[in-house]
Design a protein around this ligand. Structure first.
Ligand SMILES: *[C@@H]1O[C@H](CO)[C@@H](O)[C@H](O)[C@H]1NC(C)=O
Ligand SMILES: *[C@@H]1O[C@H](CO)[C@@H](O)[C@H](O)[C@H]1NC(C)=O
Length: 287
């Protein structure tokens, strides 16, 4: 699936300097940014061993000890992730502990108890069956208690007033690293055992509003080659006033993994703004 991201020009002075990998930086500072995973367990009674395997699904953010916000498309069509035999115990979990933690480490995982996608969420494709057309890409997960130091509040700022503001995007999606043999590996942060990645971005108006509605676009800051990637979707856009968006569409260009796709502009991702959904979110959280 190729995403054609429209050109968005920002005046930048100074030379373009590729940052480490896809431009993010490691951080441990946002414990409330969590990860949706599928946990697979195989319980071999013949030799008393339990085999565990985890698959990254999406990024997410904890709003309280039992509620996490993500993109609705992350909660849609999850059957794909369930692989079956020999994994007889498979479930959706939220990881809020270290990437190396295994299922037996208390306090690193919570179970997803229920999932709610926005009633007006839809995911279709354009006439060429190439580009998605996503509407109202907001979803909530109720979880067993997540014991975190703090949770993130939503921003009530009207999203139109955010154009030109700086924000931080946080996600657990694809990154690159050089292996010891010098090869470049591209995989999600779970497989590469990397912490959360954050990216400084500028919030801008979307010139092509067809891909996601409603939407805010993210541009990389001047002089940076940096972008969101698959697996980052569902992650929060963090503004000084609180969470202002959830990533719906990531970049899918040479910067992530597909070298055949040239990145046409400086759009590093498209987020669903939070403003239009605040009441819907708080209504569910208070029931
Ligand atoms: C694995 O199976 C044994 C025997 O049936 C059971 O006692 C144990 O609780 C199971 N472990 C898990 C993690 O389900
Ligand atoms: C335990 O048994 C299963 C099934 O026979 C096998 O696949 C697995 O490798 C065994 N594990 C160990 C540690 O021997």
């Amino acid at each position: 699936m190729l995403l054609i991201l429209l050109l968005l020009t920002i005046e930048c002075s100074g030379k373009k300097q590729p940052l480490r990998v896809i431009g993010g930086e490691n951080t441990e500072d946002y414990p409330y940014v969590v990860r949706l995973e599928v946990q697979h367990l195989a319980n071999f009674t013949n030799n008393n061993t339990i085999l565990a395997k985890h698959d990254h699904v999406c990024s997410s953010v904890a709003l309280s000890s039992t509620w996490a916000l993500t993109a609705a498309h992350c909660l849609n069509d999850l059957n794909f992730f369930f692989i079956g035999y020999p994994y007889t115990l498979e479930k959706l979990i939220v990881r809020h502990g270290h990437v190396e933690h295994s299922p037996w480490i208390e306090g690193s995982f919570s179970d997803v108890v229920s999932m709610i996608t926005h009633p007006l969420f839809s995911y279709t494709f354009d006439d060429y069956n190439k580009n998605p057309i996503i509407k109202n890409d907001i979803g909530l997960m109720k979880t067993t208690p997540m014991d975190l130091e703090n949770y993130m509040k939503l921003s009530a700022v009207d999203f139109f007033s955010l154009y030109g503001h700086e924000a931080i995007f946080a996600g657990y999606g694809l990154i690159m690293q050089k292996s010891s043999s010098g090869r470049t590996e591209t995989h999600d942060t779970l497989v590469l055992k990397k912490p959360l990645q954050i990216l400084k971005v500028l919030i801008s108006r979307c010139l092509n509003s067809d891909l996601l509605e409603p939407a805010l676009c993210l541009a990389s800051k001047c002089g940076q080659v940096a972008t969101t990637c698959p697996g980052d979707t569902g992650g929060p856009l963090i503004h000084p006033s609180g969470i202002v968006g959830i990533l719906g569409i990531s970049d899918l260009s040479m910067y992530c993994y597909d070298k055949t796709v040239k990145r046409p502009g400086d759009v590093t991702g498209i987020v669903a703004p939070i403003g239009p959904y605040i009441e819907w979110i708080y209504d569910h959280m208070s029931t």
